[in-house]
Design a protein around this ligand. Structure first.
Ligand code: EPZ
Length: 430
């Protein structure tokens, strides 16, 4: 298994191009199941999760052609995918695939909506929390799907097709909103989703569905009104920039010091996180080319933050913020309210010398003067990248094992950091 070796202490200076958002690309790829026409997606990031989902979609009968590599110093960024699901040949999403990537469970809604039948494996547990799918099932049942659980699979049927419904989610869920939104686009009549997730990636999928022929009001709000269509058409859509990648590099610059332009990033997609970054002492400037982040003098100020659904502080940046404030000049408090077990990075950050006390859902981080490099590993994507940030700050060498977590969600991470002056090297397994 590959490892990443970081020699810390270098500032980051330069330009980092921001890739297409993983968490928008995945549901957008799934949207291809809704039409027999061609869906063209531009700016698709080259990530392990995207490649895995493509395998799952191919299994359902989706045909994929890839072209249009963007020219420039970093190759393979922003591929164009042409997806055609002329015939859906298999309505089963098997355990071996769904258990490897939870977002593949979101094929359920589109498959029932288009084919009237679907058999999709329950995704199972996850390193960051139990992550049930009750809200997905609740929403799809409201649209008229008959659902049974058998042998670890959700077996869903809607022989007469889905019909619009009024759904009030008791809790905000990104995945349940995606699943129901995708299904509702092919349901008869109007669907209203109340307490819908408002993450920009939901808006991106809704925008794409509108291009495919659905009528959707309330995009970007917590009440989505979808007029379903009997048939959706093909469309051309560009995946929005990755706000979590943006936030990760922004926190990295604040951690090491330096001055970096996050090219193509959109400040409105991560306003709360940028506000927190400014509180820590970094300078943040919105420019026509992207977001410029700098910390050229002064230290890191402590903060008190709690994760919340969008527009609050994202859980997907919690670990990265924690890495940053390990060296703050004071004590920070971070409360994780979305996932019950998203603190796996804490013990690893402690291996580098961080002083973190965990109590229930709250971490208290006493800033230390220095971190010292060490071998570490993490069990999920965002936790892994928080160790990269810590490694960039630490004295000496940090080796991060289990790099495949990073490859799931960060496109060309080492190259992007190296070009800004970091000493980062991938050591391929022998
Ligand atoms: C999405 O996961 C993201 N994944 C996650 O990013 C992100 O952390 C999360 O949203 C929250 O922002 C993708 O977009 C592919 P949820 P999702 O349903 O949809 C509970 C990353 O690193 N819940 O919004 O699975 C759930 O347990 C990943 O890129 C139910 O109770 O998250 C959690 O406590 C990690 N029942 C809360 O809701 C349900 O049926 C929010 O989860 C569904 C969810």
């Amino acid at each position: 298994m590959d490892r990443i070796q970081i020699t810390g202490g270098k500032q980051l200076n330069g330009i980092i191009p921001i890739s297409g958002a993983k968490n928008a690309a995945l549901p957008l790829l799934i949207a291809s199941l809704l039409t027999d026409d061609r869906l063209t997606l531009k700016n698709v990031p080259n990530l392990a999760d995207v490649n895995l989902l493509v395998r799952i979609l191919r299994n359902h009968g989706v045909d994929l052609a890839v072209d249009g590599k963007r020219t420039g110093p970093i190759q393979h960024l922003g591929e164009t995918f042409h997806l055609t699901a002329r015939d859906v040949v298999d309505t089963t999403a098997p355990y071996e695939m769904v258990s490897r990537m939870r977002a593949s469970f979101w094929v359920l809604g589109p498959l029932i909506a288009r084919m009237g039948i679907a058999k999709v494996s329950l995704p199972g547990g996850c390193a960051i929390g139990t992550r049930p799918v009750d809200l997905h099932l609740m929403g799809l049942k409201a649209l008229g799907a008959e659902i049974e659980i058998e042998g670890g699979y959700v077996i869903a049927k809607a022989p007469k097709g889905l019909r619009g419904a009024h759904i009030v989610f008791p809790k905000v869920s990104v995945g349940a909103t995606h699943n129901v939104l995708l299904a509702a686009a092919l349901a008869r009549g109007e669907t209203v989703i109340e307490n819908a997730a408002r993450e920009p990636e939901i808006g991106d999928v809704a925008d794409c569905l509108v291009k495919m022929g659905a009528r959707i009001d309330g995009i970007g709000t917590s009440v989505l009104r979808i007029q379903g269509r009997e048939r959706l058409e093909g469309a051309v859509h560009t995946v929005l920039p990755d706000r979590i990648e943006t936030g990760t590099f922004a926190f990295a610059v604040a951690a090491t010091g330096g001055d970096v332009l996050l090219e193509g990033a959109k400040a409105t997609h991560l306003k709360t996180a940028l506000d927190v970054l400014v509180e820590t002492g970094a300078r943040v400037e919105e420019t026509p080319r992207g977001i410029r982040v700098a910390r050229t003098d002064g230290g890191i100020a402590p903060v008190s933050v709690e994760t919340q659904p969008f527009p609050g502080f994202p859980t997907d940046l919690q670990a990265q913020l924690m890495a940053l404030v390990t060296r703050a000049g004071g004590t920070s408090v971070i409360r994780e309210t979305i996932f019950e077990n998203r603190f796996m990075h804490v013990q690893e950050l402690a291996r580098l010398g961080a002083d973190i006390h965990l109590h229930g859902d709250t971490a208290t981080i006493k800033g230390v003067k220095t971190l010292t490099g060490a071998p570490v590993m993490a069990t999920d994507l965002r936790a892994s990248v928080s160790l990269v940030i810590a490694g960039l700050m630490a004295e000496g060498m940090t080796t991060i094992n289990r790099v495949y977590h990073l490859d799931r969600g960060f496109e060309q991470l080492e190259q992007k950091l190296t070009r800004c002056g970091a000493l980062v090297e991938r050591i391929a397994s022998g």
